[in-house]
Design a protein around this ligand. Sequence first.
Ligand code: FMN
Length: 198
Amino acid sequence: MVKNYKIIGISGSPRNKGTHYMVKTVLETTSSDYELINLKEKNIKPCMACGGCYKTHKCAVKDDMREISRKLEKADAIVLGSPTYFANVTGIMKNFIDRCLPLYLSEKLKNKRVALVSVGNFGKGEVRYLDGFDVEKAIKDPVKRRRLGKTIRRCLNIMKFFCVYHMEMKVIGSVIAINGKPESTRNQLIRLGEKLVK
Ligand SMILES: Cc1cc2nc3c(=O)[nH]c(=O)nc-3n(C[C@H](O)[C@H](O)[C@H](O)COP(=O)(O)O)c2cc1C
C-alpha cells in the first residue's frame, strides 16, 4: 500500500446516486486522503476555445475549474466516473473534460494513476457502437437494434481515450455497472480501489 496518497474523485452525475456510490466506494477502499468532487455542485463554464491556454497553459475563464485543476495537479491518483447519457458521458463531465485543455497542454496529469467507473440503465444486450458499424441500417433492423450498443462501454471508452491518449495517464482499471445497479459491482469497486494504491 502506497503511503500518503492524495486521491481526487470526480463524479459527473447530476445526482448523488449510482456514479456517486461507485466513485465513493473506490475512494473509501484506498484508505487514503481523498476528496470527492461532484461536478454538479461546481460552476464550470464550457471551453470558449479562445486559444489562450496554448500560450499560457492557463485557462482564461475564472470559475471553479481553477481550483479543481490545482487539486488534480497535486493528486497522486484520480477516480473518474460518469453515468451513460446517450452512449456518452454527461454534459457536465464533457464540460470538465474540455476544460482540461490547459492540463493537457502542460502535461500536468501525465503518468498519474486513474480508475474509471461508468453506470447505465441498459442491460447486457444493449446497443453496440463499433467503428464502421452502420447505425442507420442497424436501427431499422429489429434484431440488430436490440444489440445496437454497448452504450455504457462507450461512455467508459470516451473517458479512457481522454485519459490514455490525451492526458497520458495510467489507467489502473475500470468498472461498468449495468441495469442501473451499481451496488452489484461492489466487489469489483473494492478491488479497483485496492489496485489504485498498490
Ligand atoms: C439523458 C439520459 C440519457 C441516458 N442514456 C443512457 C444510455 O445511452 N445507456 C444507458 O445504459 N443508460 C442511459 N441512461 C440511464 C442512466 O445512465 C442511468 O440512469 C444511470 O444509472 C444514472 O447514473 P446516476 O445514478 O449516477 O445518476 C440515460 C439517462 C438519461 C437521463
